[in-house]
Design a binder for this molecule. Sequence first.
Ligand SMILES: Nc1ncnc2c1ncn2[C@@H]1O[C@H](COP(=O)(O)OP(=O)(O)O)[C@@H](O)[C@H]1O
Ligand SMILES: [Mg+2]
Length: 264
Amino acid sequence: MMKATIPSEDELNAMRALRVEGARHNKTCFTHWFPAVQALGIRHPRSEVIPFPDRLTGHILNEEFGVIDAELRAIVASIRAFGAEVGYPLFIKNSLFSGKHDWVDTCFIAEGASDERIISQIINLTHFWAICSHDLSLYLVVREFVPTKAVFHAFNGMPITAEFRLFARDGVIEGWQPYWPEHAIQEPDVENWADRLKAIEEPLEANMSWMMERASAVSSQLGGYWSIDFLQDDEGRLWLIDMAEGGRSYRCPTGYRDLMTDKA
Ligand SMILES: Nc1ncnc2c1ncn2[C@@H]1O[C@H](COP(=O)(O)OP(=O)(O)O)[C@@H](O)[C@H]1O
Ligand SMILES: [Mg+2]
């Protein structure tokens, strides 16, 4: 006969502590790779890291909002202080995920958003991340918003714009892909979206070399295999906006350009 066992309070606490420990060592976490980007002076959005302790995530998932009201309001105050310095809109994410597919309800903080609105976006971000992954995030990140030229919008108001993902291992660029594969687009707001997407899939040669140099530098600095994402702004300049361990990053079977076989 099967015996159902419920973990004791001590066992639960030990599991929680393990998860927090895992989060502290997670190389994909913003706090691990971002200091290298800063130190190398690679163009990046100004960013502030706000601690978001495990217990806060726990209370949000259990919908115990009363207990954390003051903490959430303090986080909103930090976001507002940052906004007063760098201007709106702002971009928020946790240290692993932005919830970009829900754009206006997660990562995009519009000018004039109320405190309640910002809190609800933080709550959405926390819930959507918990659905996607078992990895814990211990931080919220608030970022300067990079102005881009959207070729169309998809999902929940998200601007689709030129972005590129490079894969680099210890300084060697192994390949790259346009950030948005056609099959990933949902709810586009124009008819000819596929043509518009095609038009932004190739970076200028000079931009490719620029990205390769930076991706090579940051991957050697950190060591190991990385995906490095660059976003092109409305003046054509590239910004390093995201990194993740290469083996955990989406590699598109059709869009990936393998530079290692090209070399062989
Ligand atoms: N600072 C920013 N300003 C403007 N758009 C941004 C900014 N950061 C991210 N984005 C947009 O949001 C998308 C998701 O951001 P990202 O930080 O990569 O989160 P995730 O890891 O969830 O994909 C990016 O691909 C880019 O299109
Ligand atoms: Mg990303």
